[in-house]
Write a protein that binds this ligand. Structure first.
Ligand code: RM4
Ligand code: MN
Ligand code: MN
Length: 394
C-alpha cells in the first residue's frame, strides 16, 4: 500500500467515532423468546461498564446512546449518569425517548387519536429534551412505532399532522446546540401503515420540526433492494443527514452485526460520504451509532467485532481515488469508474489499521486483547444468578 494511503487511513480513523447502544449490552430477544446470557448487562451501570470495555480496547467509542425508559427511569438523575460516565470512561450520547412500550401507546404516541395520549407522548419527549440538555447530549434520537394494522382504521393525514405538531413543539424546547434526529422504518410493529415509513417522510417532518432537525438512517429500515447509498447522497446534498443506526440484515430489521451480510453496501454508504467530503471540502456532521442486538453472540465481543468492521470498511472508503473517480465519471468510462470503487474495496487495509492502533497505544487486535483481559470471566461470576432486566425489543 502506498504511504499516502496509510496516512489517509490514519487521518480517517482519527476522526471516526462510533456510538454504542446501551441496549446492545442487555439481554434482548425475538418475538418468540429470550435466551439470556450470564454476562449480559442488567443495569445501567453494567451497560456503562461494558461499553467502557469496548472503548478501552478500540479507542473510538467514547459515547453510549441511552434509552430513556430503560436507562434513565424516574429517580435516576443526570448526575447519576455523569458519575457512571466518569467511572467507566464513556459519556452519555444520543438520548432515545421511548414512546412505544407503555400500554397507552397501543394505538400510537404522537399520532394517537386520543389527545390525552398525544399529550403524554409529548410530555415524555419534552422530558427527554431536558434530560439530554442536563447530560450535555447533543442529539435527541426519535423513533416512533406509530402506525396501523388494517386498512381504513387510521386517518393517515390527521396522524401526519399530529406528528408534525408534536415534533415542532419538541423542537421548540431544544437548546440551540441540540439536534433532533428523525428515524424512519417501513414496517414493524405496525404492518399496514407506519406513520414515518421512509426517508422522504422523515425529511418532510424534520423540515416541519425546525432547523435543528435532521434525518436518521437506520440501515435495517428499508425494503429489500432499496438503494441506501442514494438516500445517503440525497440527504447529504440537502444537508439533512444527521446520523446512522448501523446494523445488517438479510430479511427485515434483523439487527445483525454491521457488515456481516453485505459489507459492500456499507462500503458504498461510506464511499458516498467520503465523496461528498472530497467534492465539497466539508466534513459531514453525522452521528455514527450502532443499533443492533444479536441475542446469541457475546455482546461485548460483538460490539468490538462491529467496531473493527466499521473501521475496516471506513478505511477502504477513505482510500477510494476520488479525483480519478470524478474524471472517470465525467468521461463516462464506466468500467474504470466501477473498478476504482472495487480496487479500494479489495485492498487489505488491516495492516494499516494495526499500525494506527499501535500508534494510539492500543492493542493491534482489540478482540484478542479483550478476551485476554479476563473481564468476561470476572463479570460472569459477579453477574451470575440474577434476574433478567426489563429492557427488550418489541
Ligand atoms: C427500532 C429502531 C430504534 C430502536 C428500537 C429499539 O427498530 O431501530 O432505533 O431504538 O428499535
Ligand atoms: Mn434504529
Ligand atoms: Mn430497528
Amino acid at each position: 500500500m502506498p504511504a499516502s494511503d496509510t496516512e489517509t487511513i490514519a487521518t480517517a480513523l482519527n476522526t471516526l467515532k462510533i456510538e454504542l447502544p446501551s441496549w446492545g449490552f442487555a439481554d434482548t430477544g425475538t418475538r418468540f423468546g429470550k435466551f439470556v446470557q450470564p454476562t449480559a448487562a442488567k443495569t445501567t451501570e453494567e451497560k456503562f461498564a461494558d461499553a467502557g470495555q469496548v472503548h478501552l480496547f478500540t479507542g473510538c467509542c467514547p459515547t453510549v446512546a441511552l434509552h430513556v425508559l430503560w436507562d434513565v427511569p424516574a429517580g435516576v438523575t443526570a448526575a447519576d449518569i455523569d458519575a457512571l460516565g466518569k467511572k467507566y470512561g464513556v459519556k452519555a450520547g444520543a438520548i432515545n425517548p421511548n414512546v412505544f412500550q407503555d400500554q397507552i401507546y397501543k394505538h400510537g404516541s404522537l399520532c394517537n387519536e386520543q389527545e390525552s395520549v398525544r399529550q403524554a407522548a409529548l410530555q415524555h419527549l419534552l422530558d427527554s429534551v431536558r434530560i439530554a440538555r442536563e447530560l450535555g447530549s447533543r442529539d435527541l434520537s426519535l423513533w416512533f412505532a406509530d402506525g396501523s394494522n388494517f386498512p381504513g382504521t387510521a386517518n393517515i393525514r390527521a396522524r401526519k399532522q399530529w406528528m408534525a405538531e408534536g415534533l415542532r413543539k419538541t423542537h421548540a424546547a431544544m437548546a440551540p446546540n441540540q439536534r433532533m434526529l428523525v428515524e424512519y422504518k417501513p414496517f414493524e410493529p405496525a404492518f399496514y401503515h407506519t406513520d414515518i415509513a421512509d426517508w422522504g417522510m422523515s425529511l418532510l417532518l424534520a423540515r416541519y420540526a425546525g432547523p435543528q432537525a435532521r434525518v436518521l438512517v437506520d440501515t435495517g429500515h428499508h425494503y429489500q433492494a432499496q438503494n441506501i447509498e442514494q438516500i445517503v447522497a440525497w440527504l447529504l446534498s440537502e444537508d439533512m443527514l444527521g446520523g446512522f443506526h448501523f446494523n445488517d440484515r438479510r430479511y427485515a430489521d434483523d439487527d445483525l452485526t454491521m457488515g456481516s451480510i453485505d459489507p459492500y453496501q456499507l462500503f458504498r454508504i461510506f464511499a458516498e460520504i467520503r465523496f461528498f467530503e472530497f467534492e465539497t471540502g466539508k466534513t459531514a456532521d453525522i452521528a455514527y451509532m450502532v443499533d443492533q442486538s444479536h441475542n446469541l453472540k457475546n455482546k461485548i465481543e460483538e460490539m468490538i467485532q462491529t467496531v473493527m468492521t466499521a473501521q475496516e470498511i471506513y478505511a477502504k472508503a477513505a482510500i477510494v481515488d476520488f479525483p480519478a473517480l470524478a474524471r472517470a465519471q465525467n468521461e463516462q468510462r464506466l468500467i474504470d469508474a466501477e473498478n476504482i470503487l472495487k480496487d479500494a474495496f479489495s485492498t487489505d487495509v488491516r495492516p494499516a489499521i494495526r499500525g494506527w492502533r499501535r500508534a494510539q497505544g492500543l492493542a493491534e487486535d482489540p478482540l484478542a486483547a479483550f478476551r485476554a483481559s479476563g473481564y468476561l470471566e470476572r463479570v460472569a461470576k459477579e453477574r451470575a444468578g440474577r434476574a433478567s432486566a426489563g429492557s427488550s425489543y418489541a
